[in-house]
Ligand binder design. Structure first.
Ligand SMILES: Nc1ncnc2c1ncn2[C@@H]1O[C@H](COP(=O)(O)OP(=O)(O)OP(=O)(O)O)[C@@H](O)[C@H]1O
Ligand SMILES: [Mg+2]
Length: 472
């Protein structure tokens, strides 16, 4: 284990010598300074665990140094003269962890240091536990709507049967990955044994074809110019567990047929390799594409589709299970309050929940989660009211069902319809983070109709094809 580091600042050379010798003998790494020249920087750049700081120093008092170190992670122990109890109290108020008084009893100093280190260890442990419980939160599948219950039941059945492959479809942000992780958890995790089987996710849209191939199947040394060593592919890495092929609809047909071979024969061969290796993995593929359409267009192989879709799950969009919106919103609220250690916000007002429910959430659960995270970080009100919500949400209710002419009133001097259209399209694109599929939904038009309008209104300079789907 790394030696704990103690930084000592005292102008009394004798004290420095005694402290340094006896603390080093205890196994600590010690650095000492007898002047205050550039002291704050010296302390910060050495990353000590504990700082022993004399109160009476020439040039700059210990209290001033303490103030400058506010927020620094090390614990500070003040060294004070007997008659300055008042100063010690002040120091504690300013964030010092403890103090010892002169004349020093070395044993007492050692005990104070040990207690401080123990306190730090406990603090770190609490932080660690908080993180772990947050990670657990990430996998939780919240929802009590009919659709989610039905999905949960199917997940349980598929996991129990240990089916070899599953296809999960659904719009972006609906929770396909959460479903995949739940299947994995149910398949391999028993109540008392922590999960050891690997879960490896690969995003098929994120890598160019040749890289994706070596990522999936691995490569032998020299298989291509930059393959300097044998490399395991994710099928090998996930052996015994689950592999998640995210956005399978983006995989090119050549690679699709290689994948089909793995699924049928349950063996992989590294690129440039001569031997087949048996693999025992559950393959879960996800897509937000319409694969039937992709098959018609010749972009997705029929045989792979039929192989994958024997067991098929659909995750419905959030707007089709509005009952779950308040549950999810409350869940994310408590999650982010915990994660950011924010205690101010307690709940959504009834009106605010109505706004959340009446919005149609084109970005689904991910969008809802982001909205709540933003509120937790930026708002301080005990109760979230409609006015705290992003304006496109608060405009929903009760006016959400109001006739259009209550919102858009034609100005006295008239308006250019084309300019208005342009402006609304730009606003929709901005709100959808330039994801044209989502922007089209906001405008209640098809993706192709939006592409057509972007072209017609000459907006395409800013909105090239390549930005489409790039932000998820
Ligand atoms: N039922 C749920 N309960 C709680 N959180 C959820 C639920 N479903 C999804 N989430 C959260 O919403 C976010 C998006 O989910 P996920 O990544 O699974 O979506 P996805 O369908 O895979 O999206 P994409 O198609 O963009 O990859 C994640 O942060 C996830 O933790
Ligand atoms: Mg995903």
């Amino acid at each position: 284990m790394r030696k704990k580091k103690i930084f000592l600042v005292d102008d009394d050379e004798l004290i420095v010598m005694i402290f340094a010798t006896s603390l080093r003998a205890e196994g600590y790494e010690v650095r000492a300074e007898t002047t205050t020249d550039d002291i704050v920087n010296k302390i910060r750049s050495w990353f000590p665990d504990i700082i022993l700081l004399d109160v009476n120093l020439p040039g700059m008092s210990g209290i001033e140094i303490l103030k400058e170190l506010k927020g620094f992670r090390a614990h500070i122990i003040m060294l004070t003269a007997d008659d300055s109890a008042e100063t010690a109290v002040k120091a504690m108020k300013l964030g010092a962890a403890d103090y010892v008084t002169k004349p020093f009893n070395m044993e007492e100093v050692k005990i104070v240091i040990r207690n401080c280190l123990e306190k730090m260890r406990l603090e770190q442990e609490v932080e660690h536990l908080r993180k772990i419980s947050c990670e657990y939160f990430e996998k939780e599948m919240v929802g009590e709507s009919e659709m989610i219950r039905d999905l949960r039941e199917k997940i349980e059945r598929l996991a129990e049967a240990r089916v070899p492959s599953i296809l999960i479809t659904g719009e972006s942000g609906t929770g396909k990955e959460v479903v995949a992780r739940n299947i994995h958890r149910l398949m391999y995790e028993s109540e008392c044994v922590p999960r050891r089987e690997p879960f490896v996710a690969v995003n098929c849209a994120a890598l160019p074809e040749h890289l994706l191939e070596s990522e999936l199947f691995g490569a032998e040394r020299g298989a291509f110019t930059d393959a300097k060593a044998d490399r395991k592919g994710v099928f090998e890495l996930a052996n015994g567990g689950t592999i998640l092929l995210d956005e399978i609809g983006e995989m090119n047909p050549g690679l699709q047929s290689k994948l089909l071979r793995v699924l049928e024969e349950r063996v992989v061969r590294r690129i440039g390799g001569k031997e087949d290796m048996p693999v025992e993995v559950t393959v879960i593929a996800t897509t937000n594409k319409n694969l039937s359409q992709a098959m018609k267009n010749g972009e997705f192989r029929n045989d792979l589709f039929f192989r994958l879709s024997t067991f098929y799950l659909h995750v419905p969009p959030l707007r089709e299970r509005k009952d779950d919106i308040p549950l999810l919103a409350r869940y994310f609220l408590s999650y982010f309050c915990r994660r950011y250690n924010r205690k101010a916000i307690q709940k959504f007002s009834e009106e605010a929940e109505k706004c959340l429910v009446s919005y149609n959430w084109p970005g689904n659960i991910r969008e809802l989660k982001n909205v709540v995270e933003r509120l937790v970080v930026l708002e301080n009100a005990a109760e979230i009211l409609p006015r705290h919500l992003p304006h496109w949400l608060s405009a929903q209710s009760p006016a959400g069902n109001a006739p259009l002419d209550q919102y858009f009133v034609l100005p006295e001097g008239g308006i250019s319809l084309e300019d208005l259209e342009k402006s609304l399209i730009v606003q929709a694109l901005t709100r959808a983070n330039h994801n044209q599929t989502l922007a089209a939904k906001l405008l209640n038009m098809s993706y192709y109709a939006l592409r057509y309008q972007i072209k017609k209104l000459k907006l395409e300079q800013e909105e090239g094809e390549e930005v489409e789907e790039s932000i998820k």
